[in-house]
Design a protein. Structure first.
Length: 394
């Protein structure tokens, strides 16, 4: 198994804590720019008279770029180095944001593909950086901090639009400036970023067989997160609740994400990560049941979504820590790329399938998610029992 390369001789190496702070700061700033841009582009298209289907299709192009681009990120990292590749991706992302303001909306799909590819690089490399620099005994805590900071970044982006407005070029310039700020911690970290010097012979199928709980968790959470952002507001409207309640459900899911990530990460460090993943899967099942039981009760619905969104988000972060336990160096970079790809597949396939189920009947949304989480619980239970019986990690 390939180890993470040491920094070049003569280059100052930051402490492990400092390099982790730099990595988390980078992805948090990028998250602010990303969330600001997603909301801004949707608003601009809506004001221009585009249909919801067209807006959804345009948004999904970024997810498609992630699916295509994530697997080749480790190869690019060997060509340019993690440090250099982060510079390139942040620069391309910022330039693309500026290009949106100067380009007709009809051409935005092409720009969104480029933007999505840049984001794929940033997320794969940042997660590789964070996981490889985390000591095993604190990896769950650190990935929890990472997820919490990223969630805060996502929450901050739309709020900034309240200050800049959505008209003119100012919001695009603001988003680009925030992304470019991500260059500062990368520059501070310098050559302390890990390197990917060798090619990893790790196919997607091998990864799925090696860590099925982590890879399945990425896909399941991708489906759920997209549903919470795009379909929970529709669900509220079809319950004859207000659009404000629909928006509040998104905020409740995001707030739960912020509150529970660090506790779940700590639990993964102190208990078996597989036990925590099983708990997150069971929380997903109970959340779906809770959504159906509370009906149109606003307080009950908000509480369910808060707990549901927070506890199931541990699937991604604890799964990421599990990946870090099993792989190092080039293999870890390849595994990080595969996790981002599987998460993105969930983003792409989740909305149309769950939307179709909800068109069939309103309870189709929670029933579809319940089925998905129940299948994950079955997998997690089987792998946990198999580990106990064999005495070997699986």
């Amino acid at each position: 198994m390939t180890e993470v390369a040491q920094p070049n001789i003569g280059q100052p190496r930051l402490s492990r804590t400092a390099t982790l702070v730099a990595a988390i700061a980078t992805i948090t700033l990028v998250g602010i720019g990303l969330s600001l841009s997603v909301a801004l582009l949707a608003i601009r298209m809506e004001e221009a008279g585009y249909s919801s289907a067209a807006i959804g299709l345009s948004t999904s192009v970024s997810g498609l770029a992630n699916v295509i681009g994530a697997p080749i990120v480790p190869r690019l990292a060997r060509m340019f180095g993690v440090h250099g590749l982060l510079y390139i991706a942040i620069g391309v992302g910022a330039i693309t944001l500026l290009a949106f303001s100067a380009t007709p909306i009809g051409l935005w799909i092409a720009l969104r593909f480029v933007f999505g590819a840049a984001l794929a690089i940033l997320f794969v490399m940042s997660e590789f950086w964070i996981v490889s620099a985390s000591p095993a005994q604190r990896r769950g805590l650190i990935t929890g901090i990472y997820a919490t900071c990223l969630a805060l970044g996502f929450a901050a982006g739309p709020a900034i639009l309240g200050l800049t407005g959505t008209s003119g070029s100012l919001p695009f310039w603001t988003g680009a400036a925030l992304m470019l700020l991500g260059l500062v911690p990368v520059a501070v970290a310098g050559r302390s970023t890990p390197a990917v010097e060798q090619s990893a012979k790790l196919s997607l199928l091998v990864l799925i067989r090696t860590v099925p709980l982590a890879t399945a968790a990425a896909f399941v959470f991708g489906v759920f997160e997209t549903a919470s952002m795009s379909l929970f507001p529709v669900y509220a409207l079809r319950l004859d609740l207000s659009a404000g309640v629909g928006a509040a459900l998104i905020s409740c899911a995001a707030l739960g994400n912020v509150v529970f990530q660090i506790p779940l990460g700590l639990a993964g460090d102190r208990l078996s990560r597989r036990v925590v993943l099983l708990f997150c899967g069971l929380s997903g099942v109970l959340g779906a049941l809770g959504m159906m039981l509370v009906g149109s009760n606003v307080v009950g619905l908000c509480l369910v979504v808060f707990l549901w969104g927070g506890l199931t988000a541990g699937l991604y972060t604890v799964g990421l820590a599990l990946i870090g336990d099993r792989f190092k160096g080039a293999e870890l970079a390849a595994a990080s790329g595969a996790v981002v790809m599987l998460y993105s597949v969930g983003l792409v396939v989740g909305p149309p399938v769950l939307g179709q189920l909800m068109d069939w009947r309103l309870s189709g949304l929670p029933l579809g998610l319940l089925t998905l989480f129940a299948l994950y619980v079955v997998l997690a239970s089987y792998k946990l029992l198999k580990t106990r019986w064999s005495g070997r990690e699986t």
